[in-house]
Design a protein. Structure first.
Lengths: 333, 392, 333, 392
């Protein structure tokens, strides 16, 4: 039992944190809300160059051959920065799914950063489907890799404007079939788990930022002649959000370990992580808004960038209720 | 104790219900925080006014029906149940109106109330300042007398409806020497006052629900003072107690979404895609809790209304109501969003949006409830100190 | 719509309050915990003399012929004083049940205060069954009035020592049969509603006392150089309990009105009242203990007398979950 | 990161599990807060000690096994899972013991630790006073030097295990001039000290879980000072950080009841009398939440243990743990009581009591969690101020 990251893992985390601190400031996220892609121009290429984008692709396919334990800290950073990217869909879900199904053509291109792979598992909507070159879609017990040209997209606007969601109309064909039967079904379950794990880690990161910006704000803002952060009610709101977040965080790491090592209980561990992280980010968002007061309620202030991402991710890849139910079934109740 | 409605009350309910059935627009109006939506909503106010439904509790001479508090509560139940448009006139009719009745001169009543009732003049509230939110006594914007006018300098913010309103009711500091809540004066300010600029600010949903107001040697006539120079705190507290009390949020506002959430649960339970799993049974419990809370709020309100009609006064227990409705409102909408699952994040114009995105809109609006009109933290202090007598 | 009590009703309430303030002080309740009956010696006779005990019996049977609206304020007072008595079982439930079923012999004696009627509806246990002269018991669709001599009791000790609970073994016979079939079943449902209503009103009274004694205590106790009641966290705990209690209270009155007037929705109104009151008293008990600190945790201090009564009544006559479920079914979900 | 246990750790788990299977008494011991129950529990401590299971994390020379923090956590998991008796020695072994290791002289270690480990000397904590609960700096009981002794006058209260303990660790004010947390000294006091009287106080469950101690010119030798005269605050804070940290509540304590509640839910779902209706599905969700929280606490603890074993220190984040476990513990037991329904209020000796009334006993015990060792309100202040840096 050694529950800690390696120096290398922490160093990689710091490098990504530095990159995002420069390239993914709140004003960049805000700009992404209103631009045609919803993403930060040029940032994905930098993540590709750093090896983040294809972190999970096997080395044989040109990836880093790293696993979920390496990735989980980076997803947390993505959440902290409210990074509007395909780091869940492409990196955490699509690459391992292609590898698990033994696909190699798309995988090599994806690992090289030449194509973006969209995923239609775990949600009725595909994020950034308009920018994907190929979409991994499920039909009954089959997984298909469908080129972008063969799908019809309908935009579904999210409260987080940077999340460009689409419903996808498509027709299954032998040409697009990747796998079918029990192995394909297991691969889809694994893919959902990887998505939920990545979303959980991002939720933890978002919650942490919500707490940090709130601490900063209430440490300066005065009302009734006192710094707002000196009121006990405000302190306790923030403390409660911190407790929820700090106890969700190790669960994300445990889930990463479980998925990386394909342990028998990995599904349950992922559900633990996602349920706790969804609740933590919801709690942090409520707390942050309440402690900010009216300014937090405005579009011009940055707070809502994290808050809305938190709402969206808390409900994506299975919300807290869904995952608690799954845990209950694994416990035989 | 008689908890059945009188024949008169039932007849009143029947009248407003019928009127609404005939008049409520089939298609939702645009957001009242857009320029054209604002005018659409003004049009709806005029339609209400034409049949004397815009200010039912006011005296007939100002466009009302002189109805009782109980009848007003019935009006509100029917209004919100019908899905009628939001009231763009609310700041005027429910906040400023009662204050003018309490503190206005006869001239002011005659000048302002009829046009407030008719929708010809829509009011915004201009109290908060960048460093004075819940803490009104910290206001800094100055109004200095110059003959029969006052010269105003300073800034207001979070001025709801402020982007398009015709008039704004403000509190300025007329005696800069006076401390805290002394030396404040309540002013009625035309939106086209020279020297006043307004700058729209987006709410969470991106629409300009607020404005910032910048005053640079703006001039306001002394006849626009409400309740006397230096009396601003007392007048504001009267408005605030309207805000915190019955006038702010009628039970009908919460009964309607609580009931719609029950219907949503029914629909979702029937329509749920089997692959995604059934509807979470814990959500059923929360839907029921929310419906119960709306009922509890309804009956608390009827009990309070009976007391007020018997000559009682609204005291600090108004803070109990404010905490209760604002947290209930958040919970009603949060539950519906959880029910909506992956559709919950969709905006109203998304094809898959549940109920045209009204739950997400409502959630974002509801989140302001625990903040404005005195944060719920302050309300809980008031409850502890003024209702229960705990030391400050 | 006139949501207020009459002067007479309030006067009666005040008279009962005064009686209990003298005769049912905490030390009397504490003594009842350890005496053979669990009740305060002599107090029931005084309640009989005042007309409280047989308030709900028809005038024809020698009762006061009053209804649940008259009674609800008195149940609230019983809760405030943690009165250890049969005011729910005998007064609120048994007398109206006998009247509804057209029984007259026991009813006359009960109304005269000569016998105590125990009730075995709505719970597996009969409170003070050892002191009842006759027990109203249910078997399938039958209601029986079984003389005390014909039952076998097994004591089931409660955490509230004054609540003398018993399970009852008995054999249905024609001699004890009062009613059967749909009318009997409806009468049992009505009886459960009356019990839940009375328990709800007592819970509101208990919650109020818990709040009052806590306000008194924290207004005097000092820690860290300040009166405990001046800390914002303590204020907010108490405020939350007060909010729950004040919004539960009108629901108890509405339910009383609904039962007294046999409105079609009376069952739902009762469930609203009981669910809200159970939650309120649970919340008030948690709050009271936390705000008192260690002294509240002691047997010698009075707080637990109300706290344990609150726990017991919150769970009796259907707990909050049971009643919420019932409301849900009435709403069609 | 390696979240599997090593072979050594697995072997350790196997050893303690086997030992417990053979030794845990089939019938529950009487409450340790009765005179005979106390001695029964002392006997159990001796049995643990005989096979070196009483203080596994201590050095071998004092009766321990020098085991790692991870092994200690494993020990605790197995201990609580087995349903073994509560530890009457806990105040000594988990609170005073680490303090003696940190501050005691070699003589004190040799004098006190072995008998603490063996159950020959059971310790109680005597810190609180009638007007100083969480606020230790408000302590007033005086110890005045008289040669090589101190003369003690004053009163202590909420002295848990105090009714029957052999020794009590106390904090007295040795410098009456010093303010607040200065001038305090930490003393080890024999229960038979002349001039000290103890008066049992009942807990919620009626058993004398506490004692009040009255000191009237009681005499304590200077060799009984721990950590130096006037150093009481520092020594106490070290104990308090044990209390608030890992040593106070191991995850095993909560995993066991959380899992038993899952089993209770299964039993209740199967056995539920149809007339009373099915088991409330919202309780299932709460049972799952509680189980999840126990897991979260477990992993948070393993993560912290890894950090400490790598040379890290327990800081104010111990307050996060104290709030978390204490509220989780209340919720675990409250949920089980709701599951038990009308049986929930029954005491252990009632024939119908669910699980021999352990849920009600446990609930009453759990309710003390958010109060003692610094109330959760104080813990939240610490979190806000010392973890997050908010202003005092």
């Amino acid at each position: 039992m050694q529950f800690a990251f390696t120096e290398d893992q922490l160093l990689f985390r710091d490098t990504v944190r530095d990159l995002l601190a420069n390239e993914c400031k709140p004003e960049a996220v805000r700009a992404a809300w209103l631009n045609p892609t919803g993403r930060v121009p040029g940032l994905w290429d930098k993540l590709v160059d750093m090896g983040v984008a294809a972190l999970t692709a096997p080395e044989a396919a040109g990836g880093m051959g790293m696993n979920e334990v390496d990735l989980v800290l980076l997803q947390e950073e993505a959440g902290r920065a409210a990074l509007p990217e395909v780091l869940i869909e492409h990196t955490a879900v699509a690459l391992p799914l292609l590898a698990e199904l033994g696909e190699s053509a798309w995988l090599a291109k994806a690992a090289a950063g030449e194509v973006i792979v969209g995923v239609g598992v775990g949600s009725p909507y595909v994020l950034y489907a308009d920018q994907a070159d190929v979409l991994l879609l499920v039909h009954e017990d089959e997984v298909h890799a469908v080129p972008a040209a063969d799908v019809t997209l309908t935009a579904q606007r999210s409260v987080d404007y940077s999340r460009r969601l689409f419903s996808v109309a498509w027709t299954p064909s032998d040409a697009t079939l990747l796998a079918k039967g029990p192995a394909a079904q297991q691969a889809v379950v694994d893919a959902c788990d990887r998505g939920a794990l990545a979303a959980a880690a991002q939720c933890v990161g978002i919650a942490q930022t919500l707490i940090e910006v709130t601490v900063d704000y209430v440490g300066q803002r005065e009302q009734f002649g006192k710094v707002v952060g000196s009121y006990q009610a405000v302190k306790h709101h923030i403390a409660n959000a911190l407790i929820a977040t700090e106890f969700a965080r190790p669960l994300a790491y445990v889930a990463a370990y479980a998925v990386a090592n394909s342990t028998p209980h990995r599904g349950r561990d992922v559900s633990l992580a996602k349920a706790a992280a969804s609740d933590a980010v919801d709690k942090a968002a409520r707390m942050a808004l309440q402690c900010h007061g009216a300014i937090g309620y405005t579009f011009e202030y940055d707070l809502h960038l994290w808050m809305k991402r938190g709402w969206a991710l808390a409900a994506s890849w299975g919300d807290a209720s869904f995952h608690r139910d799954r845990i209950g079934r694994s416990l035989g109740i | 104790m008689d908890l059945t409605f009188t024949e008169a009350e039932e007849s009143f309910r029947h009248d407003i219900r019928s009127w609404l059935q005939q008049h409520v627009p089939a298609k939702s109006l645009r957001s009242m925080d857009t320029a054209d939506g604002f005018e659409q909503h003004r049009g709806w106010e005029k339609e209400l006014h034409a049949d004397r439904w815009s200010v039912v509790s006011w005296p007939e001479k100002y466009g009302g029906r002189d109805c009782t508090l109980i009848e007003w509560l019935i009006f509100e139940e029917e209004y919100y149940r019908s899905g009628a448009p939001g009231r763009v006139s609310a700041n005027g009719v429910t906040l400023l109106g009662p204050t003018i009745f309490g503190f206005g001169t006869e001239e002011q009543k005659d000048r302002f109330l009829p046009k407030m009732a008719s929708g010809d003049e829509i009011w915004a509230q201009g109290w908060s300042e960048p460093n004075a939110g819940s803490d009104l006594a910290g206001l800094k914007t100055k109004a200095v007398r110059d003959g029969d006018h006052f010269v105003v300098n300073g800034q207001k913010t979070w001025c709801s409806r402020g982007a398009f309103a015709d008039w704004i009711f403000c509190i300025f500091r007329t005696d800069p020497e006076a401390q805290r809540h002394k030396g404040l004066t309540y002013f009625l300010v035309p939106a086209d006052t020279p020297g006043m600029e307004r700058n729209p600010v987006g709410r969470l949903d991106g629409e300009p629900g607020f404005a910032e107001l910048f005053f640079e040697d703006a001039s306001v006539h002394e006849s626009m003072i409400l309740g006397g120079e230096g009396q601003g705190w007392n007048v504001a507290m009267a408005t605030a107690s309207s805000e915190r009390g019955l006038n702010l949020r009628s039970p009908g506002r919460f009964m309607a979404p609580a009931e719609r959430a029950v219907e949503l649960f029914q629909r979702m339970s029937e329509a749920r895609d089997e692959r995604v799993g059934g509807v979470d049974p814990t959500l059923r419990d929360q839907i029921i809790r929310n419906w119960m809370n709306a009922q509890a709020y309804r009956w608390f309100t009827f009990s309070t209304a009976t007391r007020l009609m018997g000559g009682g006064h609204m005291g600090p227990e108004a803070s109990l109501m404010k905490v209760f409705w604002s947290e209930m409102d958040v919970e009603i909408h949060a539950t519906a969003l959880r029910l909506a699952g992956a559709q919950g994040e969709l905006m109203g114009d998304a094809p898959d949006a549940v109920d045209d995105g009204t739950w997400m809109d409502g959630y974002q609006f509801a989140l302001s409830g625990p903040i404005y009109a005195g944060t719920n933290e302050i309300q809980r202090n008031i409850i502890a100190e003024r209702v229960l007598g705990l030391p400050r």
